[in-house]
Design a protein around this ligand. Structure first.
Ligand code: G1P
Length: 294
């Protein structure tokens, strides 16, 4: 059995320019989808996948994230006095169940650079990386699906999904061969090569990397060896390509729906779809939508 994955790294130092002016003073990770901050969806996914230790890589102006996962004494005291048990449970729930550590990324030098900042806190053990912008709605949490593949192959695993060819240049892309696993051959792939944000005409496939990774600690050596890549940034995709020289890496076409909540349209789609699923809102919201003259 490979070592257990106990920690998840959440890069959250980005400037969130796609959501200005909202993100001038509010971290984009704190924008609410229905009533939960984007980052909480990822944290709950990690928790439901069996990972309680959360490492958040933050930057300037991100203190609202720390407050969110901390105890809010005044609020809890007020809710207790007013006997608002349901609200109290909602507020307490998440901070009670996780251990959170924070590390600062002083300069936004790329996703790979953010992950490298977590090296000391991760130590010499396998870990997950969760990009909170990718909100994934799935019956079995996406990270849990990856962890099962990781346990089987004892190797790093990345989440992938098929995207239209013309969109591949917004993603990391893999060149890979299908592997038979659990009697199917269209979910697991052994990676041959990876490229960050290729031109559509040069992309080796339409399999895009989505923001869930299970990685072994030797990635830190790779992150320290590579040069800046796409956008002049230290890319996690480039470090994985470097790591591929010394060990096999797999990709998993996960089961679930992914929303790019870092993009305005994706954010709106996530809001509508997740609101429709809510027992308290779904009914009246559906009625409202039906009445719209579209
Ligand atoms: C990052 C990764 C990219 C991946 C994407 C998924 O890019 O670098 O490989 O496909 O997340 O959301 P970003 O969207 O931060 O530019």
């Amino acid at each position: 059995m490979p070592a257990k994955v106990r920690k998840a790294v959440f890069p959250a130092a980005g400037l969130g320019t796609r959501f200005l002016p909202a993100t001038k003073s509010l971290p984009k990770e704190m924008l609410p989808v229905v009533d939960k901050p984007i980052i909480q969806y990822g944290v709950e996914e990690a928790l439901h996948s069996g990972i309680q230790n959360i490492i958040i890589v933050t930057g300037r102006g991100k203190s609202a994230i720390e407050d969110h996962f901390d105890v809010s004494f005044e609020l809890e005291d007020l809710l207790e006095k007013r006997a608002k048990k349901d609200l109290l449970a909602i507020v307490r729930n998440i901070s009670d169940m996780i251990n959170v550590a924070y590390i600062r990324q002083k300069e936004a030098l790329g996703l790979g650079h953010a992950v490298l900042r977590a090296m000391e806190l991760v130590g010499q053990e396998p870990f997950a990386v969760v990009l909170a912008d990718d909100v994934i709605d799935a019956e079995t949490p996406c990270l849990r699906q990856l962890l099962d593949v990781y346990s089987f192959f004892s190797a790093p695993v990345l989440a992938v999904m098929e995207v239209p060819r013309e969109n591949i240049s917004a993603y990391g892309c893999i060149d890979a061969e299908p592997v038979t696993h659990n009697n199917t051959n269209d979910r697991v792939f052994r990676i041959r090569d990876l490229v960050e944000k290729p031109k559509a005409s040069e992309a080796p496939s339409n399999l895009a990397i989505i923001g869930r990774y299970v990685i072994t600690p030797d990635i830190f050596d790779s992150l320290q060896s590579i040069n800046p890549g796409s956008g002049g940034e230290i890319q996690l995709t480039d470090a994985l390509k470097h790591l591929l020289r010394s060990r096999p890496i797999y990709a998993y076409r996960f089961d679930g729906t992914r929303y790019d909540a870092g993009d305005k349209l994706g954010f709106l789609k996530a809001t509508v779809e997740l609101a429709l699923q809510r027992p308290d809102l779904g009914g009246p919201f559906r009625e409202y939508l039906k009445g719209l003259k579209l």
